[in-house]
Design a protein around this ligand. Structure first.
Ligand code: AMP
Length: 428
């Protein structure tokens, strides 16, 4: 499924076939900033990439390799306003990453890469902020693999392949967990024997930290809040969903825990359940540990309840057509989210703003309305019209005048990774 609008690559291939010189459509001199950051975000079965100017936020190229490891694996990217899709049958992370390196070379973009920023899901307690990558950092990320078995190995593959191809460029790791390292011990410890924390790091870590950093900074700027004295609730609602309480730019509580399974109802993840479920299902249904884990991570949440889809758009559509299970799944999602946001608010003392982000938070006025209706106890009230337009034209503000602020802010984790990488690799 090659799209022949891929002018650069196609022109290069044609030139090769006709044995004539190839002149790139895009000249690297067009990119003024020679310190663009290549951001690599390896998910469990996908790989997002973007070349980003950390100052302007412009992205000369951005793309996504998905369904990695499957026969339908593919890569698509946007370059010079055109979208290109290529099949990469059965490609794994390593092959997809190598293809991206090749693509950047073909498009003559390699020379404008100043540094590479890698998203790393789990940094354990070791990483309280982003860091330059060396062999000790790689070992420490490896040590966290048992805490994020689906993600950290993929993150490490991205780092190794990129280091192999760009050995002379600096590489930086930006962790999902590090933002939440500011949580106090009562928020991060489980009430289980303390030795499990001391000896095995069993504690709550929290995730989506890069997104929370971005949207909380945006909220402070847009609302002109005092950076030293503000109180925010943020809900990152995507396929994976979580929420966080953020006081003066620091995370003080969040819903995800040791792993990204804890907390809210998600696309396919259950969020909180009674941990005795493992015993119950073993006794009653003969489930192994792995079967229950798989069920809770992959077959639960919106998908498990609705029996239809993990995708909120599909469920909203089905609900509007009278599908009872879709309605039930949405109701449980909303109930759980409102209950947990109210609980998070107890760590704030007061509430300046509630921020919605992620695919659902940014786009679903239906979910935002239902959640805010349940949160009238916090004085929250929406302006219906502003909510229906996702806050467009109002700096994202969707609250009624007499409510604490409620905002929709489109997250930009890639820009945050690019900025951290730039800050750690450019000398003043
Ligand atoms: P993310 O993981 O952040 O990409 O978010 C994915 C989720 O956002 C999926 O459940 C989508 O159905 C949901 N989503 C995206 N656009 C909309 C929309 N317009 N209305 C409702 N849900 C949406």
């Amino acid at each position: 499924m090659m799209d022949t609008t891929d002018t650069g690559v196609t022109a290069r291939l044609e030139a090769k076939a006709n044995k004539r010189a190839y002149t790139p459509v895009f000249k690297t001199a067009d990119i003024m900033n020679q310190h663009n950051i290549l951001v690599l975000n390896c998910g469990s079965s996908s790989l997002k990439f973007a070349l980003i100017d950390p100052t302007s936020g412009e992205q000369p190229i951005a793309g996504l390799a998905e369904r990695l490891g499957e026969s339908l694996a593919s890569i698509s990217y946007k370059y010079q306003g055109k979208k290109v899709s290529l099949a990469l049958p059965d490609a794994d992370h390593q092959q997809a990453c190598a293809r991206i390196v090749e693509l950047l070379r073909e498009l003559d973009l390699e020379q404008v890469i100043g540094a590479i920023g890698h998203r790393v899901v789990h940094g354990g307690e070791r990483f309280k902020e982003s860091t330059r990558i060396d062999s000790q950092v790689i070992d420490a990320i490896s040590d966290c693999q048992s805490l994020a078995p689906l993600h950290n190995p993929a993150n490490l593959t991205g780092i190794r392949v990129a280091q192999h191809h760009y050995p002379d460029k600096p590489h930086v790791a930006v962790f999902d967990t590090s933002f939440h390292q500011s949580m106090p011990s009562e928020a991060y410890l489980y009430a289980i024997p303390y030795e499990l924390y001391e000896q095995h790091g069993v504690r709550r870590y929290g995730f989506h930290g890069t997104s929370y950093r971005y949207v909380s900074q945006q909220a402070i700027e847009r609302l002109q809040l005092n950076p030293q004295d503000n109180a925010l609730l943020c809900a990152h609602l995507g396929n994976g969903s979580s929420a966080a309480a953020i006081r003066n730019g620091n995370s003080v509580d969040t819903t995800m825990g040791l792993t990204p399974l804890e907390g809210l109802v998600m696309g396919t993840r259950s969020g909180n359940v009674d941990p005795n479920l493992y015993d119950f299902l073993a006794d009653q249904c003969g489930y192994s540990l792995q079967q229950t884990s798989r069920m809770l991570n992959k077959e639960s949440g919106l998908l498990g309840v609705s029996g239809l889809s993990n995708d909120m758009r599909t469920l909203e559509q089905a609900e509007s057509e009278g599908d009872e299970r879709a309605r039930l799944a949405i109701n449980i999602y909303v109930f759980t989210l409102a209950r947990q946001l109210a609980g998070l608010a107890t760590s704030l003392g007061r509430l300046d703003a509630l921020v919605f982000t992620g695919g659902i938070g940014e786009n679903s006025s239906r979910i935002r309305q239902a959640v805010c209706d349940r949160l009238s106890i916090l004085g929250l009230a929406l302006d219906r019209q502003r909510n229906d337009s996702n806050g467009n034209q109002h700096k994202g503000i969707i609250s009624a005048d007499d409510s604490p602020h409620i905002l929709v802010i489109n997250t930009n984790e890639e820009l945050m990774i690019a900025r951290d990488t730039s800050a750690l690799t450019t000398t003043a």
